[in-house]
Each structure stands twice: as structure tokens, then as C-alpha cells.
Design a protein around this ligand. Structure first.
Ligand code: ZN
Length: 99
């Protein structure tokens, strides 16, 4: 007889790994890894500059969100879609829905 850990849904596993990699990503100034984020290095964005941001993030709120979730501006825009309230989820809410 053997006892094994309960398998977790692949989505939840991915979220947990993503969260685990969040601090590393922020320390390296990258987005959190795929499939949670895009994993790309934070880059200057003409769009962010044109909207008054520092060139990487649109505003202080977006910059602060990065320190919480590790999502770059592009990923924040995809995840926190402004026109669809259902998609305005925090990382905690995403984890909650998957667990
Ligand atoms: Zn990203």
C-alpha cells in the first residue's frame, strides 16, 4: 500500500507555481512565468509613456499591481479587462476560483 498526495488540477498547479515564481520574477524585473504571465522582461512601452506612466507601467496603480501579482502591463490589461467586470479578478480570486 502506498499513500500519494492528492493530484491537483493542472490549472491550480500552474497557479501555485506561478505564485511561487512571483518574487523571483519581480526581483529580475520580468513578468511572472507562462502560463500565468508572459515571462517577458519588463520593457519600455511607448503606450505607457504616452499615457503618463514611467514607460513600463501606465500609472502608479499598475506599478503597484506588479509588486502584488508580478504581471507586466500587457498581462494586467488582458487579465483585468476594464469593460468586463467578470474578468477583473485579483490573483487571490483566481486562486480561489481554481481551488
Ligand atoms: Zn506579462
Amino acid at each position: 500500500m502506498s499513500i500519494e498526495p492528492t493530484p491537483k488540477a493542472p490549472e491550480l498547479e500552474a497557479v501555485l507555481e506561478g505564485l511561487a515564481g512571483r518574487s523571483t520574477a519581480i526581483n529580475k524585473l520580468t513578468c511572472v512565468q507562462v502560463p500565468i504571465g508572459c515571462g517577458k522582461a519588463l520593457q519600455d512601452s511607448d503606450f505607457a509613456k504616452s499615457t503618463g506612466g514611467d514607460g513600463v507601467f501606465r500609472d502608479e496603480l499598475s506599478k503597484r499591481e506588479y509588486t502584488i501579482s508580478g504581471f507586466c502591463q500587457d498581462c494586467q490589461d488582458k487579465i483585468f479587462a476594464p469593460d468586463e467586470d467578470d474578468f477583473r479578478l485579483t490573483t487571490e480570486e483566481i486562486v480561489g476560483r481554481l481551488s
